[in-house]
Design a protein around this ligand. Structure first.
Ligand code: IMP
Length: 182
């Protein structure tokens, strides 16, 4: 896989693994019964697979695909579902698993869609949070790391579909052009 010349490690793999294990224990302690984990494709897949194994509870998995339009349009909240859930969530405890909360537009839209399906509870777990970029307030129950306003890749996060398989979370020093979100 080609590597970008300008990558700076922000969160090394051992810190990610330690924090995900901690989050798993916290989540297991907060729920008594079974839990449906819903990962947002594709970035959250790596986080989901580690988190699911760290939650010592009866968990089931589902996936949702979301597309955001370019940055010039995100403030209008234009988001659409590209892959829907395989099964219903009515009456279930649901935890949405996301890679990063940036403006908050994606999760605001997604939570609105999921609330209409009447889950018993709906919470969000995100590995990364960029609070300084928030446009829409989002109530995030579990946050792995708060990070500054920098474009990051690795551990599922991409730039033009590259770098998802990096073990560390790295800053892409040169940064992406405007309009690149997913
Ligand atoms: P939001 O709707 O602005 O909160 O955008 C969330 C989505 O934007 C994430 O799920 C990512 O796909 C993408 N995103 C935001 N910041 C970054 C970043 O630093 N690296 C890679 N993707 C990002």
């Amino acid at each position: 896989m080609p590597r970008h010349a300008e990558l700076r490690t922000l969160i090394p793999s051992d810190r990610i693994q330690a924090r995900v294990a901690e989050m798993g224990r916290e989540i297991a302690a907060d729920y008594a019964g079974p839990l449906r984990l819903i990962a947002i494709l594709k970035g959250a897949c790596f986080f989901l697979s580690d988190l699911a194994r760290a939650v010592d509870r009866d968990v089931s998995l589902d996936f949702m695909g979301i597309a955001s339009y370019g940055r010039n349009k995100t403030s209008s909240g234009e988001v659409r579902v590209t892959k829907d859930l395989d099964s219903g969530i009515a009456g279930l405890d649901v935890l949405v698993v996301e890679d990063i909360v940036d403006t908050g537009i994606t999760l605001t839209y997604l939570c609105h869609v999921l609330e209409q399906r009447k889950p018993r509870s709906l919470r969000i777990a995100t590995l990364l949070d960029k609070p300084s970029r928030r446009i829409k307030p989002v109530d995030v129950a579990y946050v792995g790391f708060q990070i500054p306003d920098e474009f990051v890749v690795g551990y599922g996060l991409d730039y033009g579909e590259q770098y998802r398989n990096l073990r560390d979370i790295c800053v892409l020093v040169e940064g992406p052009p405007e309009g690149v979100l997913r």
